[in-house]
Design a protein. Structure first.
Length: 110
């Protein structure tokens, strides 16, 4: 009987989530900034600049803007696009090249 009570007390001490121990660097999935309209405009401008830098196709740009028009639930997609474009820009600006369809890809060829 004593061992059961001790075990219950010990398990209470170790009930920690991944956020408690710092393993969750991402925001909560449904968390959006309080001033989302301003953040949306900021991210939109940054995406526009990166699209120009990375020579993203007009088709992709059009679909993106038709789909994501500022709703707070769009925040995850805006963040993903920013990260994707930032990665491409950084990768190609360091002189790295990719191969796609038998062609060598550079920042200028995208």
């Amino acid at each position: 009987m004593w061992q059961v009570q001790e075990t219950e007390a010990m398990t209470g001490e170790y009930d920690k989530s991944s956020k408690d121990i710092g393993l969750d660097p991402m925001h909560e999935p449904l968390e959006t900034p309080r001033n989302w309209p301003l953040e949306f405009e900021r991210q939109q401008r940054a995406i526009l600049e990166l699209w120009q830098t990375c020579n993203v196709s007009l088709v992709h740009r059009t679909y993106f803007f038709l789909l994501f028009q500022g709703d707070p639930t769009d925040s995850i997609y805006m963040e993903v696009e920013l990260r994707r474009l930032s990665f491409l820009k950084e990768t190609f600006s360091q002189g790295n090249q990719g191969v796609g369809g038998g062609r060598t890809l550079t920042l200028a060829s995208r």
